[in-house]
Write a protein that binds this ligand. Structure first.
Ligand SMILES: [Cu+2]
Length: 119
């Protein structure tokens, strides 16, 4: 969590702009607010623009605010440069927050977060 906060403030200081949103999320899997009956095998985020996976992160945080998955695990999807995927271990029931930071190929950074629940 400390690492993420540090990263977050570093990005702010580097001039991250939430006003100019460049890589918008078009689709997220699981969906925001979705209540799943079984644990998802991966997080898949689809953007309206091509993404640089090496400079993009996905972080999953559980109800106790502990990071479940480290950010370095997000990968690009071959042949689909507008997608980020992060394979997941088997998650137990509960609410999870997905926090993402994406660098689009035009060099602009965007970020967002949402939650889903495993029943
Ligand atoms: Cu842009």
């Amino acid at each position: 969590m400390t690492f993420f906060k540090t990263l977050f403030f570093l990005i702010l200081q580097l001039g991250f702009s939430s006003v100019q949103a460049h890589a918008f999320i078009e689709q997220q899997q699981p969906k925001a607010g979705e209540e799943l009956n079984s644990p998802p095998k991966a997080i898949i985020l689809t953007y309206n623009k091509n993404i640089e996976p090496a400079f993009s992160t996905i972080q999953i945080i559980n109800e106790a605010s502990q990071t479940v998955i480290e950010t370095s695990k997000a990968k690009g999807v071959e042949g689909e440069s507008n997608k980020l995927i992060m394979p997941l271990p088997k998650l137990i029931h509960g609410e999870y927050r997905v926090k993402w930071v994406a660098l689009s190929r035009d060099g602009h950074r965007t970020m967002g977060d949402y939650t889903f629940t495993i029943q």
